[in-house]
Design a binder for this molecule. Sequence first.
Ligand SMILES: [Zn+2]
Length: 320
Amino acid sequence: MSIQNSVTKRAAMRLTLLLLFGFVCEISHAIHIKRKNTKYVDYLTRYGYLEASSVRCDHKYCKVNSKTFKNAVISLQHFAHLDATGKLDRKTRHWMSLIRCGIRDVYRSRSKRNSLVLGKWPKRYLTYMITNYPSTKGHHDIDIDSMVSLAFMIWTSPTGIVFAQKEEGPVNIIIKFGSLEQEMGKIRYANTKTDRTSTITINDDIPWETEAPNVPSLFQTLIHEIGHVIGLGHTDVVDAMMYPVYKFGNMIYSLHEDDIRTAQEIYKDKVVSYPNRYQYLKFKRDFEKAFTDFNKDMKDAFGIDIPIPEMPNEFFPEGY
Ligand SMILES: [Zn+2]
């Protein structure tokens, strides 16, 4: 081996070692987040931006790789349409403080647009039950049953799913008001051998039926959570129903094009099962009555005119 070759080899080895060392330094560089600031780490893991396994906490600090953390913050900033600084700047911290839905924004194993949370129901006739009602009543006594029925109905048009209320179980969807830490609503899914049940918990700590400026709309929250139950995930389209953060002063009572497109995408296949004609007609009649009553209540209480959701025309297979 010539001297020149040997020198070149040694230099290459040194360079390799340097690069390797540099790389190791880069990936092993961890940042220490003080306990009082771990709420931001919790947020990032809770809503899917940061893998919980990449964070280690002791009584004083939470440690996380700096690059991983920066990427998580950037990912959230993209979702929130903020400047992608990778830092927890004021605007980012503000977005993270807004009242929101308890479902994750990012599902790593799902499609890029997060259009599917759990997949679609294999049938078009779903039953639901309201197991308990808000514990406090405001001065506007809006009928919860009508409101829930309408919130379901909003999704009937793009999906063809008919939702029917039952007084007792078993049902496909359970709606209840219960205590939640900070979110407006949360979903829990359970599978049985033959069927699936989704439970929507609406945060009972929020005084829904008051007109306080910092109280979100229950109707909008119900429509949003039902969107998850039928399979939709969060979108970064700010005016869409499936945007995860509640925007005060921008009450949305009808579906955005983005919501409709996603719902139609999920349920574009031929329908698998239908309610019978009697069930459908009863549903339609009940709905029309509920809508009229509800619309009047909302007009009287809040001066809001809710647009009438369209009933799908074709519930029945050909020749039914
Ligand atoms: Zn949500």
